[in-house]
Structure formats: C-alpha cells, structure tokens
Design a protein around this ligand. Structure first.
Ligand code: HEC
Length: 278
C-alpha cells in the first residue's frame, strides 16, 4: 500500500492521501498546530488567541489601546443584567447551566447524543429561555450576543477543550465541519482554509488574513464595521459572503458543525472573549 501511494504521489495522483482522509480529530489537531508553528515560528502558541494581532506588529499597538477602553464593556454589563433578570416564572438563565452559567464557555460547542446534533452556547441560551416560556432571542447580534459576551467574560482564561466522543454522531458532525472548512465555495472558489490557513499572514485587499488557529477564542466580537457585537456565526456569514457564496443561517446545522470542527482545532488555547476587531 505504501509503495503504491509513493508511486501515485510521484505521478501527482494523490490529492489527499488516505492518511488524511482517515485521520481522526487528534491527528488533525496535531497537523493543524504543526502547520502554524512552522508558518509562524516566532508566534508562541497561546498568542494565537489574539487573531491577526498575533502576527501583525503594525496594527497591534492600535488594537491594544482599543482594548484599554473596550468597546464591548457596555455589552458585558447589559448581558449580565439580562442573564440575571428573573423570567416570569422567577427563575433565571443561571438555572439552566452547570455552575450557574459562570465560567463554562469552554463546555461549548458539544455534541448532544440525544438530539444527535452539535449544541452551541447561544443554542443553549435560547433553549433555556424557551424551556422557561420566554421568547427566544435573535441569533446573530443584540441581546443574545450580550448574554454570550457576559458568559464568555466569566470564562476568560479557561482552556478550550472540545470533546469528540466515540460514536458515529459526533464524528460525523466533526467531519461535516471539517469538510465545510476545506471546501471551496462561492464565485471566488475559496475555502476557509485557503484564506485562514494557506494564506494566513498574507493580504487580501487591505486586510491581513488571520490564522484559523485561535479564531474562535474571543467571540462574540465587537466590530467597528458592525458598530456592535456579533456572534461567531455572524462572522461565518460575512466570510461566506466575501467569496460571494450564499451564507447559511446562524445556528444552522452547517455552522454548528463548522463551529465544532473550528473550535476543536483551537483546543488548548485559553478563552479571551469578548474581543474587539476592525
Ligand atoms: C477570501 C478570504 C476569506 C475566506 C475564504 C474566509 N475568510 Fe474569514 N476572514 C477574512 C478576512 C479578510 C477577515 C478579517 C481579517 C482577519 O481576522 O482575518 C476574516 C475574519 C474571520 C474571522 C474573525 C477573526 C477574528 O479574530 O475575529 C473568523 C472567525 C473567520 N474569518 C472565519 C472564517 C471561516 C470559518 C471561513 C470559511 C467559512 C472563512 N473565514 C473564510 C477572509 C476570508
């Protein structure tokens, strides 16, 4: 088999070697980290949580001064208030979560064998509200991002630790997310990996492309372009649109699976959300 592969590789027939196809999450993660370690040998692993500012000295100083008076501070306060405002039945959001919802963002996303689907933090916030006969919040920005920002804030410094439990369901979700990440799409025919892995550190128009490693650690994010806070799925939608592909709805199966893979790839990094970006 090995010999056959070598021959095929020499002939340029092997696109993705069977090794990669069969690789499990752990091997993927090792490869993914090694890729960035080689591409940016001077960037310490934990620095990747800072996105593009981990690799761009020029804009880092400006960003650091923004973070001194963070534009998302009000959102954390609003999120905290909403989180603690009793529902009509007297309970609060805290009643739905482990540890009263404090410092638990690293539990997300997770695969739920009962529903056979990936569950995100925002998904559980709205599930909590609906279980308590409260209205669900809109998915991408506004109140849900505020609550998510508050919960992220209480989780700063905790280690990303997405699990991929044995069994078909979780692995299938992981594989679908991985497939999305590496699939070319849109009129520009580019994958997430084309921009955020193979061209990380290069410029596309005026923007320097951030490494995919660590991209999830600081969400939700306050963007000056948005004039407010947005969830990770809002950002996914924006990146799909950049290549002129039709975005999927926030919290669609597609984006939840993508978040599952994308976050797994950042395992070991410390959460630092919410964040501020251009
Ligand atoms: C055409 C290139 C391109 C493609 C393809 C692309 N993005 Fe982006 N993305 C950008 C640019 C430009 C930015 C803003 C600068 C930066 O942080 O990289 C960005 C930013 C992001 C951010 C925010 C990073 C941060 O630190 O806040 C995330 C998350 C992200 N992209 C994920 C994705 C995912 C997932 C995909 C695939 C669905 C994708 N991107 C596809 C160009 C792209």
């Amino acid at each position: 088999m090995k010999k056959l592969l070598t021959i095929a590789a020499t002939l340029g027939l092997v696109y993705i070697t069977p090794v990669t196809v069969q690789a499990g999450p752990q091997e993927d993660l090792k490869e993914f980290r090694a890729y960035f370690a080689e591409r940016f040998p001077d960037v310490p692993f934990q620095e990747y949580v800072n996105g593009v500012y981990a690799i761009d000295e020029a804009s880092r100083e400006q960003w650091e001064s923004i973070e001194e008076f963070p534009p998302y501070e009000l959102n954390i306060d609003k999120g905290k208030e909403l989180f603690n405002t009793p529902f009509k039945n007297g309970k609060t959001h805290a009643s739905c979560f482990r540890n009263g919802g404090i410092g638990i963002k690293q539990d997300y996303p997770y695969f739920d064998p009962d529903s056979g689907a990936v569950v995100t933090l925002e998904g559980d916030i709205n599930a909590c509200r609906q279980e308590n006969n409260e209205e669900a919040l809109g998915w991408s920005k506004g109140a849900i991002a505020d609550v998510s920002a508050y919960m992220a804030y209480t989780s700063r410094g905790n280690k990303i630790d997405v699990k991929t439990p044995a069994g078909k369901g979780a692995m299938a979700a992981y594989d679908r997310g991985k497939f999305h990440f590496y699939s070319k799409r849109g009129q520009l025919n580019l994958s997430c990996a084309d921009c955020h892995q193979h061209n990380a550190g290069n410029r596309i128009r005026a923007d320097l492309l951030s490494p995919a490693l660590g991209q999830v650690s600081h969400f939700p994010v306050y963007r000056s372009k948005w004039g407010g806070l947005g969830t990770l799925h809002r950002r996914y939608g924006g990146c799909n649109k950049q290549v002129r592909a039709t975005p999927f709805p926030s919290q669609s199966d597609e984006y939840r699976d993508l978040e599952y893979f994308h976050t797994y790839m950042s395992n070991g990094l410390l959460l630092n959300g919410p964040g501020a970006r251009k």
